[in-house]
Design a protein around this ligand. Structure first.
Ligand code: XIL
Length: 445
C-alpha cells in the first residue's frame, strides 16, 4: 500500500534483535509515514524565566519588571506561571526572553516534580500539570496487568479504534456506543480524562460513508456524525480530535508535494470541510478543546510547513481550533524527529496561540531504521521538548506494551508480525529503559 524509503536497511542485523511476539493484529488502514525530519534549531523555551519568570504580564504577581518581563511574547497566549512569579528584575528579563522565543508572554518552562513513582504522578505534580496518556483498546482491558499499568501510569485515555466512524456509526444514522462507552467508563472509574478520537478522518470510514456522493449529502452526514457523537459523550469528554490526517505527501515521511488528502470530505465538500467540521464541533460544545491531529509533522519537513500554513489560516479566519496534535509515530513508516526539531516546531504553533500535544507517540525499532540508542535518545528528548513548553498539554503513547502495538502488523512498519519494541512496557508489563528515559524527562533530568 505505501512504501517508505529506507536508506538504512540493516534489517538482517536488527531484525534479529527485534522481534519477539506478535501483536493484536489490528485491521484498518490508517496511514502514516515518515522519514528523517528536517533540521530546525534547538530552540528551547524561554530562557531564564523558568521557575521564577513573571509569567503573563496581565496577571503576574511577580515582582519582576513588568516591562521587561513581557518581552515580545504575546501576553494573551501566555501560559506563564504567574503564581510562582517571584522574579526580580533579572529573572523578569528572562521571562521576556521566553516571550521572544515564543514560549508565550514571559511564560517560562514547566516546573517538574521533585520526584514521582509513576509517569502519571510526574505529570500531575508538574507545574503546570501535563496529562500522560495512552491509547487504550477494548481488547487490552480484558487483561488485568494491562489495566493495572494503564491506570497507574496514565491520566489520559484515547480510544485506539472504538470512536472511529466505522465503530460508532457502522450504518447510516445507527450509532453503536457500547465498546467506546466501556473504555470511557473504565477511564472515569480511574480518574482519567478522555480524548475523543476522531470525528472526521479518511480512514476507518464505513463503506456507506466513503462512497457517498453530493456536497449536501456529505455535509449533512458529517454534521450528523459530529453532533451525535459529541452529544453522546458531552458530559464525559471535552477534548476532541476533530479532523485527523487531512494532509498528505508523496512519502509517508512528510516529504514531497504536500497537499490536501483526497477523501469523501475533500472530494465532495471541498477544502473548507475542515473549517466546517470545527465550526460544527464548536456549536455542539462551546467549551470543548478542538484539535487538528496529524502524523509526520513532528520535525521540520514539507508536510508540517503545509499544515502550519493551513492551521495559521484557520486561526486568522477565526475557525475555532484550540490545538494541534503531533502524533509522534517515530520510525518506519513515519518520520524521525530529534528533540531540538520538535521543540522548534511545536513552539511555532504555540506562537499562533494554540495548544500542542503529543498525541500518539511510539518509536518503531523494526527494520533497524532506528537503533536502540537512538530510540532512547528520542524518547527522552522529544518528551523533554513537550514538557518544557507549558502550552504542550499532553503526551499520549500509542499503546501500553510492545506485544499489542499496532506497528507489529502495520504494513510499512517492517515488523511482519514481530514486536516493534516501540513502547514503554514489555510483554510482562515490566518497565523498559524507554520508560526510565521518559520519566527522567518528566522530572527535568
Ligand atoms: C491505528 C490503530 O492503532 C490500529 O489498531 C488500526 O488498525 C489503525 O489505526 N494514526 C491515527 C490512529 O490517528 O488512529 C491510528 O491507529 C494510527 C495512526
Amino acid at each position: 500500500m505505501r512504501s517508505a524509503p529506507f536508506t538504512l536497511l540493516l534489517s538482517a542485523f536488527l531484525f534479529a534483535v527485534g522481534c519477539s511476539d506478535s501483536g493484536d493484529g489490528n485491521g484498518g488502514e490508517a496511514g502514516s509515514g515518515g522519514a528523517t525530519g528536517g533540521t530546525g534549531g534547538g530552540a528551547t523555551t524561554g530562557a531564564s524565566g523558568t521557575t521564577t519568570g513573571t509569567g503573563d504580564a496581565t496577571t503576574s504577581t511577580g515582582t519582576g519588571d513588568t516591562t521587561t518581563s513581557t518581552g515580545t511574547g504575546d501576553a494573551t497566549t501566555s501560559t506563564g506561571n504567574a503564581t510562582t512569579g517571584t522574579g526580580d528584575a533579572t529573572t523578569g528579563a528572562g521571562g521576556g526572553d521566553g516571550g521572544s522565543d515564543g514560549a508565550g508572554g514571559g511564560a517560562s518552562a514547566r516546573v517538574p516534580a521533585a520526584s514521582a513513582s509513576t509517569l502519571r504522578e510526574a505529570g500531575e505534580k508538574a507545574n503546570p500539570p501535563i496529562l500522560i496518556g495512552a491509547a487504550i483498546s477494548g481488547g487490552g482491558l480484558g487483561n488485568n496487568d494491562y489495566k493495572r499499568v494503564a491506570a497507574a501510569e496514565h491520566s489520559y485515555v484515547t480510544t485506539e479504534n472504538e470512536m472511529k466512524w466505522d465503530s460508532l456509526e457502522p450504518s447510516s444514522g445507527n450509532f453503536s456506543w457500547g465498546s467506546a462507552d466501556n473504555i470511557v467508563n473504565w477511564a472515569r472509574q480511574n480518574n482519567m480524562k478522555v480524548k475523543g478520537h476522531t470525528l472526521v478522518w479518511h480512514n476507518q470510514l464505513p463503506g456507506w460513508m466513503s462512497s457517498m456522493t453530493g456536497k449536501e449529502n456529505v455535509t449533512n452526514a458529517m454534521r450528523r456524525h459530529i453532533t451525535q457523537v459529541m452529544g453522546h459523550f458531552k458530559d464525559r469528554i471535552d477534548t476532541w480530535d476533530v479532523v485527523n490526517e487531512a494532509v498528505q505527501t508523496d512519502s509517508d515521511t512528510g516529504v514531497g508535494n504536500p497537499r490536501m488528502r483526497p477523501s469523501v470530505f475533500l472530494n465532495q465538500i471541498g477544502s473548507n470541510y475542515i473549517d466546517l467540521a470545527f465550526q460544527i464541533a464548536r456549536e455542539q460544545d462551546p467549551k470543548a478543546k478542538l484539535y487538528y491531529n496529524d502524523y509526520s509533522i513532528d520535525a521540520r519537513n514539507e508536510k508540517v510547513e503545509f499544515v502550519y500554513n493551513m492551521v495559521k489560516g484557520m486561526v486568522e479566519r477565526g475557525v475555532p481550533i484550540d490545538g494541534v496534535g503531533f502524533q509522534m509515530h517515530i520510525g518506519p513508516p513515519n518520520n524521525e524527529a530529534g528533540g531540538a526539531d520538535v521543540a522548534a516546531n511545536m513552539k511555532r504553533f504555540t506562537d499562533l496561540g494554540l495548544e500542542v500535544l503529543i498525541s500518539e507517540m511510539d518509536i518503531n525499532r523494526c527494520g533497524g531504521v532506528v537503533t536502540a540508542d537512538e530510540q532512547l535518545a528520542y524518547y527522552h528528548d522529544i518528551v523533554e521538548a513537550c514538557f518544557k513548553l507549558p502550552k504542550c498539554t499532553a503526551i499520549t503513547f500509542w499503546g501500553i506494551n510492545d506485544g499489542r502495538s499496532w506497528l507489529n502488523s502495520w504494513s510499512g512498519a517492517l515488523c511482519n508480525g514481530q514486536s516493534s519494541q516501540s513502547l514503554l512496557f514489555n510483554d510482562q508489563y515490566g518497565k523498559k529503559e524507554t520508560y526510565n528515559r521518559v520519566m527522567n524527562a518528566l522530572l527535568g533530568r
